[in-house]
Design a binder for this molecule. Structure first.
Ligand code: CDP
Ligand code: MG
Length: 153
């Protein structure tokens, strides 16, 4: 079982799309095991986006991601890092495939509504930035027998 960090970015909150985007992950049968609303500080933004800090466009990304509260969550499931990246779609909403979150709701390279970890190392690192271990609540959904076969774990 894998875990990934998902952020519903400030544009998602401001546009009142949190419920609709959150529902997609629930509908898929994924397990949300941690959830909070917070305002990202410039320091937190620099940690989370460490790989982008030196880029020319980073200051505008920081202004965007710190510009209002966002929803952070940890999502759990089989192969969930890849599955969620595919559900989120290409970075630029103009290029993202219809049916993905960005393809359906974003027309921007920056304001693309969702962040999702891109690999196991970044998922572990990013989850650690946003959540303490005791804020993550693993549980077995009671409908688990109707989500997948016993031998698919
Ligand atoms: O989020 P993703 O992994 O798809 O893209 P990224 O290349 O890691 O970039 C991180 C975030 O920076 C994007 O999701 C955009 O919100 C933002 N960005 C930007 O503001 N300007 C760019 N030229 C590229 C990305
Ligand atoms: Mg990225």
């Amino acid at each position: 079982m894998e875990r990934t960090l998902v952020l519903l970015k400030p544009d998602c909150v401001q546009r009142r799309l949190v419920g609709r985007v959150f529902s997609r992950f629930e509908d898929k049968g994924l397990n949300v095991v941690a959830l909070k609303l917070l305002r990202v500080t410039p320091e937190l933004a620099k940690r989370h986006y460490a790989e982008h800090v030196a880029k020319g466009w980073y200051p505008t990304l920081e202004a965007f991601i710190t510009g209002g509260p966002l929803v952070a969550m940890v999502v759990e499931g089989l192969d969930v890092i890849r599955v969620v990246r595919e559900m989120v779609g290409a970075t630029n909403g103009l290029n993202a495939t219809p049916g993905t979150v960005r393809g359906d709701f974003s027309s921007s390279r920056q304001m693309n509504l969702v962040h999702a970890s891109d690999g196991p190392e970044s998922a572990a690192r990013e989850i650690g930035i946003f959540f303490q271990p005791d804020e993550i609540h693993a549980y077995e959904p009671t409908i688990r027998p109707w989500l997948r076969a016993e031998d698919e774990n």
